[in-house]
Design a protein around this ligand. Structure first.
Ligand SMILES: *Cc1c(COP(=O)(O)O)cnc(C)c1O
Length: 362
């Protein structure tokens, strides 16, 4: 059997064109050629993130920068907003970094709301919060604009936002939101291979990082900024990823950002329609469904159809598609289908047809 096409929520399917871009001759990371390459993509990265701040490239998966943000920016105490496996883990990571941390836990399937954050920040104990915009384990997208509004009330609190599975698929205007850190790994919505993280931070975050004693080296935000000002990275980056990113950015701006956002709205709605057609309900609270993946309820919450997920996955896989069988404590009682990256209504229709056939064989 040939390649099984990925419809798991990361890593997602990588196009032939992207792989070709990946495989170009190496250049020195301190050479003019590299500086020219980074400089050439910087304006598009800034347009993608809706920012005038320099955009950084970290050769790591997202967790590197998620941990780095805590090390650079938490000097007092961090409020970790938790609504699923990734956001829950950030609390654990904060403590492992030796930071004072407090959980703000909501039930899996629910979003993080501004009111709850406001109540905790009002204590004055915190100098940072972490929020995951699109919690990939539950398929929940929290209302970022509402959360970012709080920044006006708490200007000294660092707002660290993970946009790993939403950046480039949903409009997130970094400067206008007034948040402090935004980051995303490349193997999710950007449809590149894993290994690179794109991030940016505010001037306030840079100032604050410069005062952190134990920020280490590899994820030192001050080093990133100093190097980015020269179109370089602190250490040798995955240059292949930078080639691939340049190619992807060309595609993104040829399609147009608004068209790209609309495509994700359309394909996520298509998957929700597929689920409804087969009698399933969704795991997220209504109104907070992700635009990049669909987390289908399969007994985790009352109501809706329940199927044998491993058998369903196996049948779908035999037809050439890999879907996810649920993550963490909702493995098997949910399943997840990704529409991230290059997927179109046409390519999603092929997946729905395979899933229709698999369902009929259960
Ligand atoms: C995948 C994911 C991560 C972790 O990414 P790694 O690449 O494993 O470091 C973090 N946050 C979210 C929302 C994710 O989807």
């Amino acid at each position: 059997m040939g390649h099984v096409k990925l419809h798991i929520p990361g890593p997602v399917e990588v196009s032939e064109k992207t792989f070709r871009a990946f495989c170009q001759p190496m250049i020195g990371h301190r050479s003019q050629a590299f500086k020219d390459l980074y400089a050439s993509i910087q304006p598009r990265l800034q347009a993608l993130l809706y920012t005038r701040q320099p955009v950084m490239l970290s050769t790591s998966s997202a967790w590197g920068v998620m941990e780095g943000a805590v090390r650079n920016l938490v000097h007092k105490k961090v409020l970790n907003c938790m609504c699923g496996a990734f956001s829950d883990k950030w609390y654990d990571v904060s403590k492992r970094c030796g930071k004072e941390a407090e959980p703000l836990q909501v039930p899996w399937g629910s979003p993080i709301r501004a009111d709850a954050i406001d109540k905790r920040l009002a204590t004055g104990e915190f100098d940072a919060i972490t929020v995951i915009h699109n919690e990939t384990s539950t398929g929940v997208m929290s209302p970022l604009a509402e959360i970012a509004e709080l920044k006006k009330k708490y200007p000294d609190v660092m707002f660290i936002i993970d946009c790993v599975s939403s950046m480039s698929a949903v409009k997130i205007e970094f400067d206008a939101l007034g948040i402090d850190v935004m980051l995303a790994g490349t193997q999710k919505a950007l449809a590149l291979p894993p290994g690179l993280t794109i991030f940016t931070f505010s001037e306030a975050a840079l100032q604050k990082a410069s005062k952190a004693k134990d920020r280490g080296y590899y994820f030192d935000f001050v080093e990133f900024r100093k190097n980015a000002d020269q179109n370089m990275t602190p250490s040798t980056p995955s240059i292949a990823h930078v080639y691939a990113l340049a190619s992807k950015l060309e595609e993104i701006f040829a399609e147009g950002l608004d068209a790209r956002f609309a495509r994700h709205r359309q394909t996520s709605q298509g998957t929700r329609d597929w689920a409804a057609k087969h009698g399933f309900t969704l795991f997220p609270d209504p109104g907070f469904e992700s635009m990049t993946l669909t987390c289908v309820n399969n007994g985790a919450k009352p109501g809706g159809r329940v199927i044998d997920v491993p058998k369903f996955q196996k049948l779908v896989r035999e037809m050439g598609f890999l879907i996810d069988g649920g993550y963490g404590k909702i493995k098997g009682t949910t399943f997840r289908i990704s529409n991230m990256g290059d997927e179109t209504p046409e390519t999603m229709a092929q997946l729905y047809a395979a899933m229709d056939e698999a369902i009929s064989k259960l």
